[in-house]
Design a protein around this ligand. Structure first.
Ligand SMILES: Cc1ncc(COP(=O)(O)O)c(C=O)c1O
Ligand SMILES: N[C@@H](CCCC[NH3+])C(=O)O
Length: 417
């Protein structure tokens, strides 16, 4: 069941037409479906029936407080990468004891904040970070639960900018040196070794790289055990892809089954997942209005009111996301091959290229699969206020983040005396 679908020639978000939502809230706007978030979260949470596990939703994918709250109410844990994300989780009613803290550059202030809140684990990405966490924990007279994020040097076969498990990527600690790093961690005061972590990249559409990485991590776990270091959890990261353009990634239940199948000899290890995109992407759309139609010789442009500052993925990763009319035309409007471009002064400012559509000025378009890494990567470039976010819940809609005002853009700036 898709909660963004056509009924009577109108694109719906759950039980409301997107046209009505656009009229009420204006464009551009992000529209999310609560039911879709819940269904996607449960697809992970209910998958591993025979293995103790925890789903830690990756907050970076979509960090709106209402989204985090919907997931927290279902019992979700959270994967965070900054003090800001952790503060959001707490504000949204999330449970600190189900939070794992990833990221290569945690500051002393961020570590102290997380330690005082009692998070589940720090996923440590360097030896210097171990020293820093140990130091902060000692100063606070607290014990920091840690796992080492290992870099297994596995090709995730994804866009190079979102591959994280190769030795040339900045993430994690070389798995070949991991045992000695664990031994070093065991020698430091204020640390409690609890797990191991591995996240090799995002938008993976095949199971194979996940399993190759898992095999290397399991070999490390065996080696650690032989050296007297026992772990209590295994964090396999996130990264499961979504079908943006005909890709066929495994369903979360299939993905989880492949992993748990390998863990029959490791029943004592709690399994942690950190999915972001697979939960959020198809729970959201970006709605935009055609401001102008323009033709340069044989090239057609639909200039829309959403730009790369609102949705960066096409510009940054040459990402393809489907763009559909909110109310498909059934009149005699001709169909052309349009580039759907935004208002920003950059040639890379496009939502999609070469889209066969019948369009007129004023028409509404929806970019699909926009619930992950859409609003969270938006910016104020060109002094454009960030757009509204709306959550649909059955027949009801809620403004969960108001559109920014132009005046809010220079808050904190000061003219010299
Ligand atoms: C450490 C970590 N965990 C989880 C995720 C979530 O990834 P995805 O949205 O692909 O599931 C990311 C992003 O790639 C990440 O860096
Ligand atoms: N921002 C990326 C995903 C990055 C994942 C974070 N490690 C995207 O939009 O596809």
């Amino acid at each position: 069941m898709d909660f963004f679908d056509y009924k009577n020639n109108q694109l719906h978000a759950e039980d409301i037409t997107v046209k009505e939502l656009a009229a009420q809230y204006g464009t551009p706007c992000y529209i999310y479906s609560r039911k879709t978030f819940e269904r996607h979260y449960l697809a992970f949470a209910q998958a591993a029936t025979n293995h103790k596990n925890l789903v830690c939703y990756a907050v970076k994918a979509n960090s709106n407080i209402a989204v985090l709250n919907v997931l927290a109410r279902l019992g979700s844990g959270f994967d965070i990468v900054s003090k800001g994300e952790l503060a959001r989780v707490i504000t949204a009613g999330g449970d600190a004891s189900k939070v794992v803290f990833s990221g290569v550059a945690k500051t002393a202030d961020e570590i102290a904040f997380a330690l005082k809140l009692g998070i589940k684990c720090f996923n440590v990405e360097s030896v210097s970070e171990l020293d820093r966490i140990s130091h902060v924990a000692n100063e606070l007279n607290l014990v920091a639960p840690i796992s080492i994020r290992v870099n297994p040097d596995i090709d995730a076969k994804t866009h190079p900018y979102i591959s994280t498990g190769l030795k040339e990527n900045k993430f994690g600690i070389d798995i070949l040196t991991a045992t000695s790093v664990y031994q070093y961690a065991a020698s430091l005061p204020g640390l409690k070794i609890t797990g191991v972590d591995c996240h090799i990249g995002s938008q993976l559409t095949e199971i194979k790289p996940f399993l190759e990485a898992l095999d290397k991590v399991l070999a490390l776990i065996d080696d650690l055990k032989a050296n007297g270091i026992e772990l209590s959890h295994l964090d396999i990261g996130g990264g499961l892809g979504v079908p943006y353009n005909g890709e066929a990634p495994p369903h979360p239940s299939e993905y989880v089954a492949h992993i748990t199948d390998r863990l029959t000899d490791y029943q004592h290890l709690e399994l942690i997942f950190e999915p972001g995109r697979a939960i959020a992407a198809n729970a959201g759309i970006l709605v935009t209005k055609v401001e102008f139609i323009k033709q340069n010789q044989d090239k057609f442009f639909a200039i829309v009111d959403a730009g790369m500052n609102d949705m960066l993925r096409p510009a940054l990763y040459q990402a393809w996301q489907n763009i559909v009319p909110v109310t498909p035309r059934n009149d005699d409007t001709p169909t052309y091959n349009f580039d759907i471009v935004g208002p920003v002064c950059e040639t890379g400012d496009f939502l999609g290229k070469d889209r066969l559509l019948a369009l007129q000025q004023g028409d509404l378009l929806a970019q699909r699969s926009a619930g992950a890494y859409g609003f969270t990567m938006s910016s104020n470039y060109n002094s454009r206020p960030r757009v509204a976010e709306i959550m649909v819940d059955g027949e009801q809609s809620h403004l969960i983040r108001a559109r920014e005002t132009v005046e809010s853009l220079w808050q904190g700036e000061k003219i010299l005396p």
